[in-house]
Design a protein around this ligand. Structure first.
Ligand code: ADP
Ligand code: MG
Length: 694
């Protein structure tokens, strides 16, 4: 899709803007400004009130003041360490303008004795006397009208001044022709938003602090432009993905019925609802691209299993990928018995399968003998061929962004895709980072779960913890003990899992086991198996157990140096216990003294078990970017839009984008063409590629 002619002036070199030379242009690059168009959505973050005052007596220092003065005597410093001073008199009093490292001849010209000037700058006390150091503005009276009442302040960097930015931004806005509106007219009217050009003019020339608020109509409109452009991109990606499906998968329900009859429990209504949504997606001729979001322990595996059975019922195959070997094995163990009972052939493929064994599995897969393949990323390697893959499930894939999911989609060729995550994220962020997907939520836990008692304990009380643990072990209970690092490091003062393992062994004996990320996987599995069987009572672990591991008998979770973990990580870890009907405990050990923010975070975990509430708190404490990590989540950084405070706009943008593309998938209508302008202005390159393909 080639760039529309009307936008050319905005794609010129920066040096074509007034006041911008090569050096300033390169300074602007570090602000992300490469072309005049980049100034449009680069908005002031503050305003300075340059309202005229009679006298510096009208303000209480430190304060910013604009006042007309008569210039008096110049005082040239006797030594370099002293400032150059110029006496001035306003309507009521006399004071000094102060300059460090100043050139006298320059100041003589700027402030000739006996003449009147308008000055503006910060007034401060020095030795009890008010003075203004390095005024921001010194203007002749006839120029005074050039200084606006409210001066915008941009997020500037080194090598470029506010005035240069303001001037270049104004010139860039000026280059923007009146474009066809791309926002839905009803929305525009309902919200009372200005047209693009008017919004830009207002946003770059705020008439007071109120114009900077997220609720100011001009800023709302520009935020919406950003969100809408992004959601158009996601919607295009979604359309491209959905169009690739082989054939609809219509399940008979037979296998699912058999499995459900054999289960010792019945699905929660949230699980039923999710399966129904998946079922209907799989029946549709369009490819499914669905996210199953459910807190730890909400029973995502069962939903995935039932979905895989739909693929088999429809005469095809299913595959499920887990991020670790331990989890893949656990899926296999949890599923294989029920599958056999229903006559379904399930196999496990991991990086450990080699040679003849692996070849045999691949052959069975290609011939269709294997119905469901479970495993690690090994199952999507090049030489792995399915006879008729209908559904690809990706478990615990919260670390993958939009790009990786699109890759997976390409690999799964014609299959439906179900991605599962246990990281609850606030709705606004879900819409941002998973906007290309449809979302099912398991908002209900299986019945019979008891609340987990959570306590914060300082490491000074370690002896008590050991005592508690050995009594619990004597009663036959099982515990996890999580440590933050594997090797003792001199730089980072953390108790390593290995030395903790040694000290717990010394106290409790053979019942203590150790598992960490650097162990060979066969060894890891052996330890996990012994823990599952109850031979190991206390499992010392690094965070390899963070995701997904399910040992219902374990009721105690000890987390050492809990203050250095993230909130969602702590929540995940705690979710390893409280899975059976017995009382569970979680001990958050911390190194005293705790800082205020660490204290606040640990209290959040102590006081709630609701993953969504924890995610909201995490967002509030850390901000959107940190929560998922922009790079990892595929979450873009918006210039104007504020994901925390404008989440409602994100939802509107998503449904509007999807509606528009449903009517006009190639963006050929009048509004569609207008949207292309928007995509150009906001660098939605991926969208442009997708349009070109489509
Ligand atoms: P997660 O969503 O964290 O992956 P799992 O799928 O591992 O959760 O399920 C956690 C535990 O809950 C498992 O032991 C599973 O057998 C059990 N479970 C799942 N669904 C139900 C249900 N409807 N009723 C009772 N227990 C259930
Ligand atoms: Mg799981």
């Amino acid at each position: 899709m080639s760039r529309p002619d009307v936008l050319f002036p905005l794609f010129a070199e920066l040096e074509t803007l007034p006041g911008i030379g090569p050096r300033t242009a390169s300074a602007l690059k570090s602000l992300g400004i490469l072309r005049p168009k980049d100034f449009l959505f680069f908005l002031p973050q503050a305003v300075i009130d340059r309202g005229r005052k009679e006298s510096i007596r009208d303000c209480v220092p430190p304060c910013v003041l604009t006042v007309e003065v008569e210039v008096g005597a110049h005082f040239v410093p006797r030594s370099k360490s002293q400032p150059y001073r110029v006496a001035v008199r306003d309507a009521q009093t006399e004071f000094f303008l102060v300059f460090f490292h100043a050139r006298g001849d320059f100041l003589q010209k700027l402030l000739p004795t006996g003449q009147r000037r308008l000055i503006s700058g910060k007034v401060e006390f020095f030795d009890g006397i008010a003075q203004m150091a390095h005024p921001d503005h010194v203007l002749r009276i006839e120029e005074a009208g050039d200084l606006p009442r409210f001066e915008p302040v941009y997020p500037a960097g080194a090598g470029v001044t506010q005035r240069q930015i303001a001037k270049a931004a104004a010139a860039s806005v000026d280059r923007l022709a009146a474009l066809q509106e791309w926002i839905d007219p009803h929305l525009l009217t309902r919200e009372g938003w200005p047209a693009l050009n008017a919004a830009l003019l207002q946003a770059h020339a705020p008439q007071g602090p109120g114009d900077l608020a997220v609720t100011a109509p001009a800023r709302q409109r520009l935020a919406y432009d950003e969100l809408f452009a992004y959601q158009i991109t996601l919607a295009l990606a979604r359309t491209a993905l959905r169009s690739g499906k082989g054939s609809p998968s219509i399940g008979t329900g037979d296998l699912r019925r058999k499995v459900l009859d054999a289960l010792p429990f019945s699905p929660t209504s949230a699980q039923r609802r999710a399966v129904a949504q998946i079922d209907s997606d799989m029946q549709s001729p369009e490819r499914m691209n669905r996210l199953l979001q459910g807190d730890v322990g909400s029973g995502k595996t069962l939903v995935a299993f039932l979905a895989l059975l739909i693929a088999v019922e429809a005469g095809g195959q299913g595959a499920m990928m887990a991020p670790t070997e331990i989890l893949a094995r656990q899926h296999h163990e949890g599923i294989v018995g029920y599958a056999l009972a229903a006559g379904v052939h399930v196999a496990l493929l991991t990086g450990r399968d080699k040679g003849r064994e692996r070849a045999a599995k691949l052959a069975d897969l290609a011939s269709g003998k294997i119905d469901i393949l479970l495993g690690t990323h090994a199952i999507f390697q090049k030489d792995v061929e399915f006879k008729d893959l209908r559904l690809a499930v990706v478990d615990e894939q919260h670390r993958f962004g939009v790009d990786q999911r699109m890759e997976l989609g390409a690999k799964g060729a014609a299959a439906d895709v179900l991605v599962m995550t246990a990281t609850p994220i606030p709705r606004s962020l879900a819409l941002a980072s998973y906007g290309d997907m449809d979302i099912s939520v398991l908002d209900e836990k299986p019945p019979g779960r008891k609340p987990i008692k959570t306590a914060m304990i300082s490491d000074g009380r370690m002896e008590e913890v050991f005592g508690h643990l050995s009594r619990a072990v004597a009663e036959g209970k099982q515990a996890y003990w999580v440590c933050p690092l594997v090797e003792e490091s001199e730089i980072v003062d953390l108790t390593s899992a290995q030395s903790r393992f040694a000290s717990l062994r010394a106290r409790l004996g053979e019942v203590v086991g150790l598992v960490h990320g650097q162990m060979p996987s066969a060894e890891k599995d052996a330890v996990m198996a012994r823990f599952q069987l109850g031979e190991i009572k206390v499992l010392v672990a690094t965070t390899v157990i963070e995701v997904g591991v399910d040992v219902p008998g374990a009721t105690i979770m000890v987390i050492e140096r809990a203050e250095i973990f993230g909130l969602s990580q702590l929540h995940q870890l705690r979710g390893r216990v409280g899975r059976g009907s017995a009382e569970s405990t979680c001990l958050l050990l911390y190194q005293a003294p705790l800082g205020a923010s660490a204290l606040r975070r640990l209290k959040v975990i102590r006081d709630t078990e609701d993953g969504f509430a924890i995610a909201e708190e995490d967002l509030a404490i850390r901000g959107a970017g940190d929560l998922i990590g922009t790079a990892q989540s595929g979450l873009p950084s918006f210039r104007v839009a504020d994901l925390e405070r404008q989440s409602a706009l994100m939802a509107i943008a998503q449904s509007d984008a999807r509606r528009l593309l449903a009517e006009d998938p190639g963006l050929h209508s009048l509004r569609g063409k207008a949207v292309r302008h928007l995509l150009w202005l906001l660098d939605q390159d991926r969208a442009m590629q997708l349009i070109r393909v489509g």
